[in-house]
Design a protein around this ligand. Structure first.
Ligand code: SF4
Length: 582
């Protein structure tokens, strides 16, 4: 007997006894493996915390919540778990959109009454198109989950505190995660955050302190902020002061975070970070080529030479991690390989954690440019926007780029040089980095040459057959074959979502949200005067950023609510509002 039949019996008994049966919620972080080997990445750092935050929206007494992270645990194949929930909540990055459809097909086949909710970057990239597939296609942040719960079941099933459910994480996780801000204050041309156009938001220090107190002592902390430095130095200094006070009391072992390049301009930032227990920082270098950075509109990386920033960081006693991006549609393979030679030969520079191809994420200025210049490959699959599949017409023959991509996946041609480089870094930074920190620099040898050794120890990947590394001809992943027969209504959910057609133009699916030239379709103009639920007089929504039509008469907005006299409700806070047309 599977968990769902046992639970059904319990729920029936509970209703006989007059108890309100608990609602069952399954939250899945979907994942399409960029390496296509689909091993669990149990040791991978960082991991998404979205399911943990989403779970916090549900009433602890009213709902039983389970989470499943496909990135951490591998593809979900448990039929009884898929049949279990009353509400299925899906989150994931853009490449996971098709996987969300698979989950809907499975869950709706097994339980046609299940309510499906999807959110995250994939839905924000395709807001109109997504409505076709999910009961709720959410474009907002995790807080929108509260509105969905209230609408589907009533407000009593939601938890207004939204305390993250760390208790639902698997017992083993190598680091603890915190968040003190959201989004980014920069607008790089290729970044999916730029496409989302959300403002940089800071949490309060009180919130950060609450998170720190909730952590078990003696752990390594990883801040998952997109930009821990942000646009407010005072706020940064206040946070490192708080960290220092906890660090001195031995509350945690060390911390790491993502920062933007402007952080390295001021030596004091590095000193303060180090004194508060910072062990390593990640910053997106993207390229050592100035022209390339300019084309990415990554101007903050031009403020200080990249190599100088890396040296400053290492000499301050903090490990510098970074990633690089190669754009074969603008540069030759020879030029791109010369970037590999550059970091391998530069004295004292750490190895990158990864190198991928540049991705034309939907909605970014870079995507628009690629569409306008007709650079996207024909029959480009959304799933292939993973950084290890060619998505654009290259300067050099595609076979030469495919050979480069194979090298990026395992560094097979460079392994000897990578080992030599790692040894050189180990020796050079003996004086300024601890043994543990120098071991961290060695992790990048595995990240580049054999990531499964470090992310899934003891497991060996079966490399997929027939890969071309070119989206037009790349075979589909095994997860596109249904695990079991699904209802005929959902059979097409296992077809890949195409970005372009045979001629390289945007497909009908994409034209729901984008103009043929790649720019975003204008959001529908909201009705000018609305009356919010619970207010008698008409209220106005100021600068609504987006809305979803829930039915003929109601909408969900994120905006500021003004009274008829123009007074700003809730002291100007941007809020998620459910409104009816008056
Ligand atoms: S700095 Fe990083 S997070 Fe911010 S927009 Fe650029 S790439 Fe995105």
């Amino acid at each position: 007997m599977g968990p769902s039949s046992g639970n059904n019996k319990n729920r029936f008994l509970a209703s006989l006894l007059g108890h309100r049966p608990q609602k069952r919620v399954l939250i899945i972080n979907v994942f399409m493996d960029d390496r296509r080997v689909y091993l669990p990445n149990s040791f991978k750092v960082p991991q998404t915390m979205a399911p943990v935050y989403l779970a916090g929206a549900f009433s602890r007494t009213g709902c039983r919540v389970r989470i499943y992270n496909e990135h951490r645990s591998g593809p979900l194949k448990d039929k009884s778990l898929l049949a279990w929930p009353d509400m299925l909540v899906l989150t994931g990055v853009i490449t996971g959109f098709d996987r969300m459809l698979h989950m809907v097909a499975y869950a709706k086949t097994l339980n046609p009454k299940v309510i499906t909710v999807a959110g995250g970057p994939a839905i924000r990239a395709l807001p109109e198109y997504s409505r076709e597939f999910f009961d709720y296609a959410c474009q907002g942040d995790v807080e929108q989950m509260q509105e969905v719960i209230a609408d589907a079941w009533g407000r009593e099933w939601a938890d207004p505190e939204m305390t993250p459910r760390y208790d639902l994480l698997p017992r083993f996780h190598p680091v603890d995660y915190l968040e003190t801000s959201r989004n980014c204050n920069f607008r790089c041309g290729f970044c999916s955050l730029t496409a989302e156009r959300n403002e940089y938001q800071k949490y309060s220090l009180k919130n950060m302190e609450k998170q720190l107190r909730a952590m078990k002592p003696g752990r390594h902390l990883c801040f998952i902020d997109n930009n821990f430095y942000g646009d407010d130095r005072e706020f940064f200094l206040a946070r490192v002061d708080l960290l220092q006070s906890f660090y001195k009391r031995g509350h945690f072992k060390s911390w790491s975070a993502l920062v933007t390049h402007d952080f390295f301009l001021d030596f004091e930032n590095l000193d303060r970070a180090r004194e508060s227990g910072c062990e390593s920082l990640f910053s997106g270098v993207e390229s050592f080529d100035r022209a390339e950075l300019e084309s990415y509109q990554k101007r903050q990386n031009l403020l200080l030479p990249q190599m100088a920033a890396i040296h400053r960081c290492l000499q301050s006693g903090i490990v510098f991690h970074y990633g690089l991006m190669f754009d074969p549609s603008r540069r030759s393979v020879r030029e791109l390989r010369s970037e590999i030679d550059l970091f391998l030969s530069a004295p004292g520079i750490t190895l990158p954690s990864f190198i991928s191809l540049t991705i034309p994420f939907l909605g970014t200025p870079y995507f628009e440019e690629c569409v306008r210049e007709n650079r996207l490959l024909p029959r480009l699959k959304l799933r292939d926007l993973d950084g290890f599949t060619q998505t654009m017409k290259p300067v050099d023959p595609p076979e030469a780029v495919a050979s480069l991509v194979r090298d990026l996946l395992s560094f097979r041609r460079y392994r000897r040089k990578v080992l030599r480089k790692a040894w050189e870094v180990w020796k050079t930074h003996r004086g300024n980095l601890s043994v543990f920190q120098r071991l961290q620099t060695l992790v990048n040898v595995f990240n580049l040459c054999a990531p499964h050794w470090i992310n899934s120890p003891g497991r060996f990947p079966r490399m997929p057959a027939g890969r071309t590394y070119i989206s037009t001809t790349e075979p589909l992943d095994p997860v596109y074959r249904p695990l079991f027969p699904v209802h005929s209504r959902y059979r097409d959910y296992f077809k890949p979502t195409l970005v372009t057609d045979d001629g390289g133009r945007l497909t009908e699916a994409l034209l729901n949200d984008y103009q043929p030239d790649g720019s975003r379709l204008k959001e529908k103009d909201p009705p000018p005067l609305l009356s919010a639920i619970g207010f008698l007089a008409p209220h106005r929504v100021e600068t609504p950023t987006r809305h979803t039509e829930k039915d003929q008469k109601s909408f969900v907005f994120i905006g500021r609510l003004l009274t008829p006299s123009g007074k700003n409700m809730k002291r100007g806070k941007r809020r998620i509002l459910t409104l009816r047309i008056s």
